[in-house]
Write a protein that binds this ligand. Structure first.
Ligand code: ATP
Ligand code: MG
Length: 265
């Protein structure tokens, strides 16, 4: 066991239950997301990936259980407590679109104006730093409608890291993008993790990309989580897991099979 394994997770989910009406999504979910690592949440449609991210982000309250973010219990917190937790949590959500009537500059500046006392000069510096980090130049005065899908996703990413979060939640950051833009977002997320030590929790249906970028995969199935390194899951004795990972899993294993050790799945 490495040092990192011994540390408590940056985000810890324990005994979480949630139902929508008669639809039970989670009964007693336990999983954790390691600090400074990229965790990819996978699972079939409707297994609760987005819902879990929303619970971690304090946007959806579980019926029972505990969710600790950097050691702090967030279940049961009121709006002021949640708001302060959210300042350390970036969120890139599928429907978290930019505001159409505001320029790209103002969109990225918005969280800084709302949640910090930075001066206009400091805000401009921070916004330009973030836009440069996602490779967007000279877009200050453009409206979201004037950007391509790939540029919009990058602008939303710039906004989600404006507050310098320690944890970034990304719901389907690759969806709807063409392959060059998928690669670009993958590279940006990997860079943020390596260079800023950001803890990333990403949901994705992009198998090859997920296997490549993940330190750890958390697979949701039937309200439970199955965790392992990409190599561990790709070599799981559970044929349903191997089937889920498909040919990308088999390909990954062909190149990384030597990394398997102590598989849990
Ligand atoms: N606000 C809501 N009200 C009622 N049911 C909901 C709500 N949000 C999610 N659900 C239900 O909870 C389950 C999990 O949904 P969720 O969106 O988390 O799945 P997902 O794993 O993200 O799926 P996908 O891969 O399609 O994005 C689904 O059955 C969904 O219909
Ligand atoms: Mg979803």
């Amino acid at each position: 066991m490495t040092q990192a394994d011994a540390e408590p997770g940056h985000v810890e989910v324990e005994g979480v239950a949630l139902s929508f009406g008669s639809r039970r999504v989670f009964e007693a979910l336990n999983c954790e997301f390691a600090r400074g690592q990229i965790s990819v949440l996978m699972g079939g449609s409707g297994t609760g990936k987005s819902t879990l991210l929303r619970m971690i982000g304090g946007l959806q309250r579980p019926d029972a259980g505990s969710i600790r973010v950097a050691g702090k219990e967030i279940v049961g917190l009121g709006e002021p407590g949640l708001a302060s937790v959210r300042n350390h949590l970036g969120m890139l959500f599928q429907n978290g679109a930019l505001l159409d009537s505001m320029t790209i500059f103002e969109n990225v500046a918005l969280p800084l104006r709302e949640h910090t006392a930075l001066s206009d000069g400091e805000i401009a510096e921070r916004v330009h730093d973030r836009l440069a980090a996602v490779g967007l130049l000279n877009v200050d005065e453009l409206l979201p409608g004037e950007l391509s899908g790939g540029m919009l996703r990058r602008a939303a990413l710039a906004r989600s890291i404006a507050m310098e979060p320690a944890i970034l939640l990304c719901d389907e950051p690759f969806s709807g993008l063409d392959p060059p833009n998928v690669s670009r977002i993958e590279a940006l997320l990997t860079h943020l993790n390596r260079n800023r030590g950001l803890t990333l929790i990403v949901t994705s249906h992009h198998m090859a990309t997920s296997l490549r970028m993940a330190h750890r995969i958390i697979l949701l199935r039937g309200g439970e989580s199955i965790e392992g390194s990409p190599a561990q899951l790709a070599s799981s004795r559970d044929s349903a897991i191997r089937e889920f990972l498909g040919k990308d899993g088999a390909e990954y294993l062909a190149h990384h099979g030597h990394e398997v050790g102590g598989a849990k799945g």
